[in-house]
Every structure is written in C-alpha cells, then in structure tokens.
Design a protein around this ligand. Sequence first.
Ligand SMILES: [Zn+2]
Length: 129
Amino acid sequence: MIHKCPQCGADLPPDEPCQHRFDLCMALEYENPTTFGAVHHLTVACYMLQHNAYSRDGWLGARNIIARFIQDGVTPGKIRQQNHSRFDSGHRTWSVTKGAKFSEFDTILYGRAQSRMFDTLIPKSTALT
Ligand SMILES: [Zn+2]
C-alpha cells in the first residue's frame, strides 16, 4: 500500500516516510562523501524546500540558490562566495529555519519529483537500520 507524504505529496511505502529516506541519504553522504556528498547541496535544500522546513526567507533564498545550481550550473563554492554576507549567521538578521514559514507552500504541487530523486539515489534493497 502506498502512503502519500502530507508535506510533499511523494508516494511512499507506509513504513518509510520522507524523513527516513532523507536520513538515509545523509548516512550515505557520510559513508561516501565523494559520491553522495557531491550532491549534499541539492539533497538538503530540496528536502527542506519540499517539506517547508525553512523559514519564509530561508525558503525563498534556498529556492533561488537551487535554481542557480540547476539552471545556471553555479557551483556550491561560488554560491557560498556570492552569498557569504547574506547567509553568515554573524550578520544575518533572519533565521534560516525559525520564524514564519512560506505561507504559499500548500499551493505548490511537487508531484513525485522527490520520490524519484530518492529512488535514484537509494536502491530499493537499502533500508534504514
Ligand atoms: Zn515528503
């Protein structure tokens, strides 16, 4: 039986919520930083965006950064360099995760993109332990 994630709408097995898949990705990144770690900047931001886990300002900033990664081919290093003062916690007047959430989140239709991404990254036989 398929379970639908209430936040992102991904179709998942009932005993395997998105959080478990995300945690597995983080474990794979830790174990294989060269391969899985190479997409950390996409994995975390996409998960956070799709689950409205950022503050409103954090959500909008992450969405713009993801677009630059994907559409413009900008590297994480270049993004860090260009946004150092904006995201530096010593200078930032806003929180990346705390505060008002992106209120338009529920109007976004994500479909199955996340599920497909995780299906690609994680073989079906791999399970959290
Ligand atoms: Zn989800």
